[in-house]
Design a protein around this ligand. Structure first.
Ligand code: F6P
Length: 546
């Protein structure tokens, strides 16, 4: 079935939703909070995840309208199409079949007529054997010493997911195994990652779907030189493995395809952390914990597939995204995990949301007529409170915030976790309800200070409270929740959430500019005048002819 979409502003409910947005813009969150039944009507729970929408500028009626809009946009059909392996990535003519990466053995998920679940599990099995061997020292380096350091070289989806997850699940990592992540072509990145490591104890995993990404290949060559300089050419066979979809290029690089872990073109880079792209994570936390992570993903997949839109957590999250961005017009979104372990979660979500939904044309190539993805940013709490939260509370822009917290700590001998959660709840309260001049006056605040100290409030946020501590399973649930949120938004916006053509132009231009910067003789420069001037200045500074 061809994937087609009616533009958002031609859906029957769109005008009603916009009119409703205008009405709610005239009401404060403090007023809305007085409405009876708000907590019950705007709190949703499944799989140990509680989604509290009470401090968003919505009412239960808003959600009913948005769900209606989603139905008109064909969200249910698109979810079904995704699970059926249809080519919902229209511009690349591919399935977006990441849900198959976590389908249990014995279930059937077919795309192009092929059930891919056995392939997925065969690869997971190979990964598990290898991870086990590295962890036990059965897979040793050329000097027979066990490999204690894992250096993951990759960028974008081949970096952010594994790095975020390894940071999040550090408490579950095997004692004595160090994981480091390199992405930037800036030599400082690799240098920092290799600092203090003994090549004889180091495993390098080169992760690249295409095995042609400039940054990754430059770093992979440098890491290979670092290994072979210390251990000889035979080091590559024991100390380097690859994760890719491109066997030929892996082979040409010098890594035996036997030591390549594969995935498939139906896995987008930013949707790949639960494929072989997560190998470094599996080595760190072990195949069993990795299996728990996959189980968490799968639970949310099933929830998405089988739960009516009205109670469907990722769908509701996506609808709030569309509401805040396209109806209320808020240009950015702050994601604030109250968990130091989730330090890299906002960076991970940046790629997920912005590379997926930062699009300006509809599936048919015509321009969109509404704002699409917000600029997503964030930092863990409480750190952000002492830097940018000032702007959240009193700045001139309204920034919807998403708080993510866990009811239990992983470890907390001194009772800090309550302080952490108290701060999270306090921030949501302060953003929504602020502090009035009257209250400040009553507390004796001098009059000239009053305008500076008033917090107007009325700033929306949501809270995602996860039951228990951050576990591999909880992380899987959380990531799948955001993956499917992005899908939901993309369907309503009418865009292709699974391509990323916008990144190509910069890559091409960088290739030309690299030639111009490094040419032996002064090149004939054909860029804009200012860029030509910068190229000449850099060439001169680097002692090259201009
Ligand atoms: O440049 C963007 C991008 O293509 C991302 O979508 C991808 O995650 C990243 O580069 C890395 O690509 P690869 O895994 O092929 O090296």
């Amino acid at each position: 079935m061809p994937i087609a979409a009616t533009p958002l502003d031609r859906l029957p409910s769109w005008e009603v939703v916009c009119a409703h947005g205008t009405v709610l813009s005239g009401r404060t969150l403090a007023q809305l909070a007085q409405e009876p039944g708000r907590t019950q009507g705007l709190t949703f729970e499944a799989l140990g995840l509680l989604l509290d929408l009470t401090k968003e500028r919505v009412t239960p009626e808003t959600l009913t309208l948005l769900v209606g809009l989603a139905r008109e946009a064909g969200l249910e059909e698109r979810i079904a199409a995704m699970f059926a392996g249809e080519h919902i990535n229209v511009t690349e003519d591919r399935a977006a079949f990441h849900a198959a990466l976590r389908a249990p053995l014995g279930t059937r998920m077919a795309t192009g007529g092929r059930d891919v679940v056995p392939d997925v599990h065969a690869e997971l099995g190979r990964m598990a054997v290898f991870a086990h061997e590295v962890r036990t020292g059965a897979w040793a380096g050329v000097t027979a010493r066990p490999l204690r350091n894992v250096v993951n070289i990759g960028i974008g989806g081949s970096h952010l997911g594994p790095e975020m997850a390894a940071t999040a699940l550090g408490a579950y990592a095997q004692h004595g195994i160090t994981s480091r992540f390199v992405s930037n072509v800036d030599p400082a990145d690799l240098r920092a990652a290799l600092r203090g490591l003994d090549p004889a104890e180091t495993l390098v995993i080169v992760v690249s779907k295409t095995f042609s990404t400039l940054e990754t290949m430059a770093n992979a060559r440098a890491a290979r030189d670092w290994l072979t300089a210390a251990l000889g050419d035979e080091a590559v066979a024991r100390h380097m493995v690859a994760v890719s979809t491109h066997e030929e290029r892996v082979h040409a690089f010098g890594i035996d395809p036997e030591r390549m872990f594969g995935f498939w073109d139906w896995v987008g880079g930013r949707y790949s952390m639960d494929s072989a792209v997560g190998l470094a994570l599996m080595v760190a936390i072990g195949p069993e914990a990795f299996g728990e992570l996959l189980a968490g993903f799968h639970e949310v997949d099933e929830h998405l597939r089988t739960t009516p839109l009205e109670h469907n957590l990722p769908v509701l999250l996506g609808l709030i995204g569309v509401w805040n961005r396209s109806v209320l017009g808020h240009p950015t979104l702050a994601v604030l995990p109250y968990s130091a372990e989730l330090a890299r979660f906002p960076a991970y979500l940046q790629q997920l949301e912005m590379e997926s939904n930062g699009k300006r044309v509809l599936l048919d190539g015509t321009p969109v007529r509404w704002p699409t993805a917000p600029v997503l940013w964030g930092e863990p709490g409480t750190n952000g409170q002492h830097s940018f939260h000032q702007l959240l509370h009193q700045g001139t822009d309204i920034v919807p915030a998403e708080f993510v917290g866990f009811t239990q700590p992983i470890e907390d001998p001194r009772g800090h976790h309550d302080l952490l959660l108290a701060n999270m709840l306090a921030q949501a309260q302060a953003l929504a309800f602020g502090r009035e001049a009257q209250t400040l006056r009553a507390a004796g605040v001098p009059e000239p200070q009053i305008p500076h100290r008033v917090c107007e409030g009325d700033r929306p946020s949501l809270t995602l409270l996860v039951d228990g501590p951050l576990t591999p399973r909880a992380l899987g649930r959380l990531v799948a929740l955001y993956e499917h949120r992005v899908l939901t938004e993309g369907v309503l916006w009418g865009i292709d959430s699974f391509d990323q053509w916008g990144v190509e132009l910069g890559k091409e231009l960088a290739g030309e500019l690299a030639d111009d910067l490094t040419a032996h003789a002064a090149p004939q420069l054909e860029h804009d005048e200012a860029t030509n001037a910068l190229v000449r200045r850099i060439r001169a500074a680097r002692g090259r002819a201009v």
